[in-house]
Ligand binder design. Sequence first.
Ligand code: NAG
Ligand code: NAG
Ligand code: NAG
Ligand code: NAG
Ligand code: NAG
Ligand code: NAG
Ligand code: NAG
Ligand code: NAG
Ligand code: NAG
Length: 888
Amino acid sequence: MLRALTFAVGVALATPLASASHLLQRQSTGNSSNSTYPGAVDPAAEPGAQSFQTSGPFYPSPWVNGQGDWADAYAKAKDFVSQLTLLEKVNLTTGVGWEGEQCVGQVGSIPRLGFRSLCMQDSPVGVRDTDYNSVFSSGQTVAATFDRGLFYARGNAMGAEHKAKGVTVQLGPVAGPLGRSPEGGRNWEGFSPDPYLTGVAIAETIKGIQDAGVIACAKHFIGNEQEHFRQTGEAQGYGFNITDSISSNIDDVTMHELYLWPFADAVRAGVGSIMCSYNQVNNSYSCQNSKVLNDLLKNELGFQGFVMSDWQAQHTGAASAVAGLDMTMPGDTVFSSGESFWGTNLTLAVLNGTIPEWRIDDMALRIMSAYFKVGLTLNEPPINFDSWTLDTYGPLHASVGANIQQVNFHVDVRGDHASVIRNIGARATVLLKNVNNALPLSKPKFVAVIGEDAGPNLWGPNGCSDRGCDNGTLGMAWGSGSANFPYLVTPDSALQSQALADGTRYESVLDNYATSQINALVSQADATAIVFVNADSGEGYISVDGNEGDRNNLTLWHSGDALIQNVSAICNNTIVVIHSTGPTLLTEWYDSPNITAILWAGVPGQESGNSITDVLYGKVNPAARTPFTWGPTRESYGTDLLYTPNNGNGAPQDDFTEGPFIDYRSFDAQNITPIYEFGFGLSYTTFEYSNLQVTKLNVSAYTPSSGMTEAAPVLGNFSTNLTDYLFPNSSFPYIRQYIYPYLNTTDEKQASADPNYGQTAAEFLPPHATDGSPQPLLPSGGAPGGNPQLYDVLYTVTATIKNNGTLNGEEVPQLYISLGGPNNPPLVLRGFERLSIDAGQSTTFTADILRRDLSNWDTVSQNWVITSYPKTVCVGPSSRNLPLSQSL
Ligand SMILES: *[C@@H]1O[C@H](CO)[C@@H](O)[C@H](O)[C@H]1NC(C)=O
Ligand SMILES: *[C@@H]1O[C@H](CO)[C@@H](O)[C@H](O)[C@H]1NC(C)=O
Ligand SMILES: *[C@@H]1O[C@H](CO)[C@@H](O)[C@H](O)[C@H]1NC(C)=O
Ligand SMILES: *[C@@H]1O[C@H](CO)[C@@H](O)[C@H](O)[C@H]1NC(C)=O
Ligand SMILES: *[C@@H]1O[C@H](CO)[C@@H](O)[C@H](O)[C@H]1NC(C)=O
Ligand SMILES: *[C@@H]1O[C@H](CO)[C@@H](O)[C@H](O)[C@H]1NC(C)=O
Ligand SMILES: *[C@@H]1O[C@H](CO)[C@@H](O)[C@H](O)[C@H]1NC(C)=O
Ligand SMILES: *[C@@H]1O[C@H](CO)[C@@H](O)[C@H](O)[C@H]1NC(C)=O
Ligand SMILES: *[C@@H]1O[C@H](CO)[C@@H](O)[C@H](O)[C@H]1NC(C)=O
């Protein structure tokens, strides 16, 4: 989601790449020009991503049925929705407009039943736009812990804070971007370019959030891999006149094996909502793409919750409804326009028969199923904060400055989460290099801390709106994925406290360009120099130092590389700490003998200084693993962003021609040696791997799901008398610009304000879009997460891990599989565990290999298959250090 300002985004009327009626257009009614673009290919039929490829149609939109562990929630939802009028159902689906209420997004309420509006609130690192909340580490940082317990603990603590503020849906966690290119501006909000790690992390985070009684929102679905060109208005703002958003062109195999993979885990974990993204997928907008929403998400993955649009990512009315969108955010077509594709238009579309009743019932059922699934009741406490001001009193409807009242109650929701955050920050810090016993520090004589990244932002930790600057230490990156710091412990302050306690001499120079002062300090006898550097990125609506969300390069900011080189030329005990939103190029200096240690501390949140101090002084023995590859050059990654439109004024074509070969899969396939490989990380102790055992389990053969669904349920009748849909009466407290479900006149065309009003479904909706009859089940579907047999355990793997050093520690054994096919990555991660092992002790690493872990997506049968290529399983401490292996 994004913030107000800058969006003079018009709703363009023509999409240049229309291929057929299923490629729904941007008009509210979904009119299609029905011209086939020359050279269009069906991605299911042709391997590899290609420009202008199109997205196949899939209708009707699957309706929920309470499968999996959704039965209770579904039953409650059915009871509730059966009591609703059409206007009330429309209210559940449609946001009230930008800044219409207190949260970053809210739908209408149902006053007749005393049901308050659902509150949608950022972010994936804490409650955004309020006070007395905590700021957690980024998703990418916690990914480095490789620790299921910490994934869950973080999610649960964040969920509890959202709950206590009155939030209904926390807008996170993130698996899109996955991290196709290291420059991707929002990669830090997600977890890792490895889909298996991201899948485990997103699932545990979702369970944590939802166990706290808040609906999680897995986002951004799907192919949202870069910031550039995600929105036309934004692109025009930085000088590119494009008329449509970028299209991520992804082939069917890559979609399943890479980008969809973690979303399957999210659905299997019971996620209540999914946010569709700004970009197009194969030249159809994500929020009206029937292939991705109806087919992949709702049919194949059996998703039982609701799809909400990213803020202003909806481009059509009826067309998006039949393509699988269930909730529009923030409700207006363009921020503050007072117009909506839904609201009044959705009421009319149901009344005039364009959208069948079962579809709006299904939207409401999905929203309420998610609501009851996480234990929300019909009597939730009120929202106690306001996103648009931190003042105690302010307008309830900031959009128009109306209804001044108390809007902020400044509720302190932090609990004891500081300790969780500090622990995660330390357990996520990756020790990349450690020679000459440089670390851990033990009462060093003299510590010299160097670099702006060790110190405060002189404007305060929240001094830049949505953290849109890189001043001081990088505790959080920028965009809607941010939150206000309650405080930010800087490395300088925490390290100084430690030094004072130890009787260590301590000096810091926080200006990267104070070269003579720095040189004078670090050249002194007995100096342990700790140099802090960073690289930042964020969301595309803010530009920092010319970076439009995405990073322009992979080097350090504020001349960090030169700073490290200057210090290490003078001081033979130089320790480097990197805070960043992804890999940076270490090539020029990492192997200098004077650089005795290198640590990656990610984007750690409010306890930053305490966490790094715990690791540097050995209070926490590091065990984190880098969740991405550190390559020697930018080119070595094999994927890059599109920084310049490549299709004239039309939608930029971003062809994911590398297929599943991103990050380590690309380095392995190209045989390029990285500086530090995926999964790598050191400890202050050492471990030995032995005794690999692979046990085959007896499981029944894979059976494709078959049979038919029930017919779509229809819940109650509705009047077709238009007078029943007018604004209630003249005393109704109408708010300007607010989005309502009502009509302002019984003249339909006038009420819709759409000059094209009057087209029938048959005229502009694709075949089967309104068909509520029983539908065939997909072979690969059948339950939340896909065919349940995909999760059968086929093998159990064990290995013995011994701590053969002298310190107690933790170790992250990893299991990789070679699937053996000519188009498969050499190795894919398929298991890991973080184990605590005392010095001299051994423990057993255990991992299950699921059917899914051994399968490839088959485009012909449209199902997962285990190929006959030989499969090998390997276990070791990183993706390139795998001492144990065995063929299956
Ligand atoms: C698209 O155009 C073709 C050729 O004119 C026509 O056969 C087809 O029915 C049209 N499709 C729709 C959905 O209008
Ligand atoms: C209905 O949708 C159209 C865009 O398709 C928009 O122009 C119109 O303002 C909408 N009507 C209302 C009442 O919001
Ligand atoms: C729809 O929601 C709005 C905003 O909360 C509310 O004022 C209105 O009464 C609701 N309408 C119905 C029919 O419940
Ligand atoms: C942007 O491109 C469109 C389509 O080519 C054109 O109509 C419009 O005038 C252009 N706008 C600007 C500001 O150049
Ligand atoms: C029905 O309502 C929708 C939404 O306003 C509109 O787009 C469509 O043209 C209408 N169709 C008919 C047949 O009135
Ligand atoms: C903070 O960052 C902004 C934007 O990058 C910059 O213009 C400003 O000088 C910085 N302020 C301080 C005090 O460092
Ligand atoms: C990379 O980007 C950063 C941040 O904008 C900038 O400070 C740095 O100079 C750039 N590096 C190069 C080599 O251009
Ligand atoms: C290492 O540091 C010493 C000073 O301690 C310096 O003389 C030497 O040149 C440095 N070596 C390198 C490779 O920078
Ligand atoms: C670093 O240099 C000092 C002298 O300045 C020397 O005593 C020490 O042994 C050197 N350390 C290493 C690791 O080379």
